[in-house]
Design a binder for this molecule. Structure first.
Ligand code: ATP
Length: 613
């Protein structure tokens, strides 16, 4: 495929004003893309060169990118840099300078998607001596043959700015649309009925309804597989090759992270018992959630965002080798800094210091992590996600040998609310966050927040039932004393899973220190969006829109109804946070992992409930 076609698609997507428009643009384009090329296209659309969990670092220093642009446009470095200062995006610089090139290319070819992807991958993989020169050469080689529009998007890849704001659910919707139009080619058994009805029914409406139902079911089937193998390029290729049947080839395997199961909230032990009956109740540790994949001696550790963190936690890797009694396994737990001398848990602020690329050995000695394991998903070639929690915990009991680095989470089994309250107090006194109750009969539900897990936190005793994690969608220039930071307040949104959109919930100007303001301005100015991003629903206009990327944790006095905000909006009013204060950046969450509209609604209701008691 010519890269020109992809570049035109990127341009249209960049200007798309709604998610629906994005979905149909993508569906149409995927239909025409050859199966062997679709993974490349999808990774580029995600601003990546592979699935997120492979963490392929596409970044290249700005200086080197400027150098490549200078080399092929004939403009001196100084001028390239001046244009960059003016336009603020090297993609736009490449586009402008290439459109008025000073020199003719010696050798220029029509760029294919394959060539662009291959060169970018080589850039990402180049390391060691001479790698910078090689990167400049590889980028220049592409820019040399690129049209101005192509150059804009190519340059944004090593700038790590290609994200076009397409969310994973949007991709999956587009796949589902295409499968429904080719329905008959690969109809699985369960759709035979639908097909029959589709053919028999004459009325347009009925037909539409059936097609909608079938699409929803197809979408669910795709997501089930995406939850155990979050690689959209791979899934798209399989679907093109084999239709829905291709999904049978997607299996859980050590080395590929599973999307984590998530906890619901309830305001009291009584309500938990009402919901679950007899259940397991575990201490809720406040550290990093990690998923550990063991395949023989090869250990990989993934974060909640499914980024690889293995090099950061060498003592956990050692612990796994010593204490896990299995050749192959996937387990999950919470790792936190623990003081062996005083036998005390360290606060989260200490644990977070372990998320770093340098001085790892020193920090591992100073603040060693202890891993509290709470689940197992795979053991010796067998997917155990479908087993009940009771069974999985039994497996865990036999799986972890005694030792210093790993322990099972502290747990009791009960149907007595008083016992739960006692256990809760005991844990809070030790400095833990609270408890998590678990349904003894539930399987491991990847990627979803269901009542299989229910959390009860210390903070629920206050008025607002919990802190809220919100995605930043825009920001306001600072006024008065804050003018110098270029940022005075943030516009934030929760995530609506159903509509795959970000809905505004609060404007936040409190809780940020001066350093935070500078840092936030620096990262946000890089992801500014020309207009309101397609997946954002908001009626307030910030000074700058940004693509949803960063998540912050916020505490507020309460959730109120507000006509200004669009969060979980019903009739005229949405929900808003009253007196919101930023607590911290949640770098372990993607925007789609922000608090959802559904959660905010139940927090709003629970808050009324607490007040009434
Ligand atoms: P929070 O901000 O409350 O930690 P979250 O949005 O990060 O919530 P949830 O799924 O709502 O995640 O809450 C469960 C989280 O609690 C897990 O992601 C995990 O990191 C942590 N956790 C601590 N102890 C346990 C435990 N015993 N079992 C399961 N999860 C635990």
């Amino acid at each position: 495929m010519d890269f020109e076609k992809a570049a035109k698609l990127f341009e249209t997507l960049e200007n798309a004003s709604s998610r629906l428009e994005m979905t149909s643009l993508l569906a149409e384009f995927f239909e025409k893309t050859p199966e062997s090329e679709i993974p490349w296209l999808i990774y580029l659309l995600q601003g990546q060169l592979g699935p997120s969990y492979e963490s392929i670092n596409v970044g290249m220093g700005e200086n080197y990118i400027e150098e490549s642009i200078a080399k092929i446009s004939g403009y001196p470095r100084k001028e390239v840099n001046a244009t960059y200062k003016k336009l603020g995006d090297l993609g736009l610089v490449a586009q402008e300078l290439i459109s008025k090139k000073k020199q003719r290319a010696l050798f220029s070819e029509k760029l294919s998607l394959k060539k662009v992807f291959a060169n970018l991958l080589k850039i990402a993989k180049a390391s060691g001596r001479g790698s910078q020169e090689l990167k400049i050469k590889l980028l220049a080689e592409l820019l040399n043959s690129a049209s101005p529009l192509e150059a804009k998007f190519i340059t944004r890849v090593p700038m790590e700015r290609l994200r076009l704001g397409v969310g994973d659910p949007t991709f999956m919707d587009a796949f589902a649309i295409n499968l429904i139009s080719n329905f008959e080619k690969f109809l699985p058994k369960e759709f035979k009925q639908v097909e029959k009805q589709l053919k028999e029914k004459k009325e347009e409406k009925r037909k539409e309804e059936l097609a909608r139902k079938a699409k929803m079911r197809i979408r669910e089937l795709i997501e089930e597989k995406y939850n155990i193998k979050p690689d959209l390029g791979f899934i798209a290729e399989l679907l093109k090759k084999k239709g829905l049947k291709g999904l049978d080839d997607v299996k859980i395997e050590p080395g590929i992270p599973i999307r984590p199961t998530l906890a619901e909230r309830l305001p009291s032990a009584k309500e938990i018992v009402k919901k679950l009956g007899k259940c397991a109740v575990e201490a809720k540790y406040d550290g990093f959630r990690i998923q550990i994949h063991k395949k023989g001696d090869k250990i990989r550790i993934f974060s909640r965002k499914m980024e690889e963190m293995t090099p950061m936690f060498p003592e956990v890797v050692e612990g796994i080798k010593k204490q896990v009694r299995a050749k192959d396994a996937i387990i999950e737990g919470e790792a936190l800094a623990f003081n062996e001398q005083s036998e005390e848990f360290q606060p989260f602020q200490v644990t977070i210091q372990r998320k770093r690329k340098y001085e790892i050995k020193k920090m591992a000695e100073e603040f060693p992590l202890k891993l509290f394991v709470f689940d197992v998903m795979y053991l010796e070639g067998k997917n155990v996600m479908g087993e009940s929690f009771k069974e999985r915990r039994k497996i865990l009991d036999g799986l972890i040998a005694k030792g210093d680095a790993i322990e099972l989470t502290k747990s009791i089994t009960t149907d007595n609310p008083e016992e739960i309250d006692e256990f809760f107090e005991e844990n809070v006194e030790k400095g833990l966050e609270g408890i998590i109750a678990k349904d003894l009969n539930a399987s491991y539900i990847a990627g979803a927040r269901k009542f299989a897990w229910i959390k009860l936190k210390r903070s629920y005793k206050g008025e607002l039932t919990d802190s809220v994690d919100v995605a930043i969608i825009g920001y306001f220039k600072g006024k008065g004393k804050r003018t110098k930071f270029g940022l005075g307040a943030l516009l934030t949104a929760i995530y609506n899973k159903k509509s795959d959109s970000f809905q505004s919930i609060a404007k936040i100007g409190t809780g940020m220190k001066e350093d935070d303001l500078t840092e936030l301005e620096k990262i946000l100015s890089k992801i500014q969006s020309k207009g309101k991003p397609a997946r954002v629903e908001c009626e307030i206009k910030p000074d700058f829109w940004v693509l949803p990327k960063y998540v912050i944790e916020v505490i507020a006095d309460e959730i109120t109804k507000s006509p200004m905000h669009t969060a979980a909006r019903e009739k005229e009013a949405g929900l808003a946070l009253r007196f919101p204060r930023m607590i911290k950046l949640r770098s372990d969450k993607t925007p789609e992992q922000a608090t959802t509209a559904k959660e905010v609604v139940s927090m709003f209701k629970a808050q009324k409930h607490v007040k009434a008691e």
